[in-house]
Design a protein around this ligand. Structure first.
Ligand code: CTP
Length: 423
């Protein structure tokens, strides 16, 4: 661990406030100086003595405490990082409006440090247009939003709204501050994004590689996708600060070696249907989903339990295939507000015009926010180090083009995605 940071942990009034105690404990354990600023209602869920014991600093909520030290601005001015966990819908609204009617409000306004918030609330409140607008406002100011995760909520209901795990909040918070201290390109001291860390706090899901549909225990129907472009996207997103879930179908061996990395969780999936299950689960709390995998449109109707034997009489073998689900279309249909869904389209086209015409038709059919279009053939696209793509929006309009290494293409696609996340 590097420098000892001066960190303000704000806690607002939700059931998940008890988990903030773990956030405080982890930050103190990592060697940082932590000042806890709960709201009045947060103290109904977790007691000040607990927070004082864990943070080893006094805990106050009122702007009228310790007036001589001008505490209501001093805490914010001295902070290297402000983390609010949990952040209720009400507190997000107050932050978006710049309200300062308690110690946490004045502290945030007086601070120039990166601000990281971890929302927690019921799904209806999270998806309410007012909250959606407040979160968009905060993000546009460079605030890092961690989660919320999807899962069981206090009333027994399920959906996005659960506070992210304390470990994840702490990791995202510390990642936001490192660039501000000049160790990495990224966020300046006012919390503004600099090029480089513009996906901090975001969850990006990428599928990569080629699916394999089994025929029998030893054979499958597959394709020549190496997974190189998808893995390049996953790594580029992680380097920009995102938490990445890489849903990996079959990857070439050298590509598979590059897949694990800081910030990347690899989930393996073999068939189209298992990939659909994995990507749909990961997409529930994702900000971005990129379907870079080459997915089999059909699978054998039956998978033989034993190796299929040659009939030996010279007769043809007929395999009956049934259609697989369209994973991308399903993701588009169930996408949550603000989520960006990106498809890839690999076409064998003779000319750029033909490629664009095929791409436009596919963009309209799939409904994804962006469709990355490239030519494939016996010698282009699959398995090669370089790529040459055109990016279309949902209406089929060309919005970007990129040519170069798969990493360079990945960066160009991420630039388009980031632009859309901030809208
Ligand atoms: N895709 C998907 N589910 C499928 C087939 C494709 O999610 N069953 C996704 C791919 O991951 C890619 C996009 O859809 O992001 C386009 O894939 P492509 O194979 O080019 O399109 P298809 O829908 O299969 O269309 P066609 O076979 O007519 O070219």
């Amino acid at each position: 661990m590097g420098d000892r940071l001066n960190i303000v942990v704000g806690i607002t009034g939700g059931i998940a406030a008890y988990k903030a105690a773990t956030v405080v404990r982890l930050l103190v354990k990592a060697g940082h100086d932590v000042h806890v600023v709960p709201t009045e209602s947060a103290l109904r869920f977790v007691g000040a003595p607990t927070l004082e014991a864990l943070s080893r600093n006094p805990v106050t909520t009122s702007i009228f405490d310790d007036v001589a030290a001008v505490r209501h601005v001093a805490l914010g001015q001295a902070a290297d990082l402000v983390v609010i966990a949990p952040a209720t819908a009400n507190s997000l609204a107050k932050l978006a409006a710049g309200m300062a009617d308690d110690l946490l409000g004045t502290t945030v306004l007086a601070s120039r440090a990166p601000l990281v918030v971890a929302p927690a609330m019921h799904t209806e409140m999270w998806s309410n247009p007012a909250t959606v607008a407040n979160v968009a406002t905060l993000r546009s100011r460079g605030v890092v939003v961690v989660g919320p995760a999807s899962g069981e909520l206090t009333g027994g209901d399920r959906g996005p709204g659960r506070l992210s795990e304390p470990e994840e909040i702490v990791a995202a918070a510390l990642a936001a501050v490192v660039p501000a201290r000049g160790d990495l390109p990224g966020r300046d001291l006012a919390g503004h994004d600099l090029p480089g860390r513009d996906l901090a706090g975001r969850h990006v899901v990428v599928t990569a590689g080629g699916t394999r549909e089994p025929l029998d225990p030893v054979r499958f129907l597959g394709n020549r996708s190496s997974g190189r472009q998808g893995v390049a996207l996953a790594r580029a997103a992680a380097d920009r600060g995102a938490r990445v879930t890489l849903v990996a179908a079959h990857l070439d061996a050298d590509v598979a070696q590059q897949a694990p990395g800081t910030g990347i969780t690899v989930v393996e999936a073999s068939t189209t249907r298992s990939l659909q299950e994995a990507v749909t689960a990961a997409a529930r709390d994702a900000d971005v989903v990129v379907m870079a995998a080459a997915v089999a449109d059909y699978r054998p109707e039956r998978v033989a339990d034993a190796k299929i034997k040659k009939a030996g009489d010279g007769a043809d073998l007929t395999l009956r295939l049934v259609e697989n689900p369209d994973v991308l279309r399903g993701l588009v249909e169930t996408r949550r507000p603000g989520q960006i869904v990106v498809g890839f389209a690999a076409e064998t086209a003779e000319s750029r015009d033909e490629l664009l015409a095929l791409g436009r038709a596919k963009a309209e059919r799939k409904g994804a926010d962006l469709l990355v279009l490239n030519t494939v053939g016996w010698s282009a696209g699959f398995g090669t180090a370089d790529n040459d793509v055109v990016v279309l929006d949902a209406s089929g309009t060309e919005v970007a083009a990129a040519r170069g290494s798969k990493r360079e293409v990945a960066e160009a696609v991420l630039d388009e995605i980031v632009g859309r996340l901030l809208r």
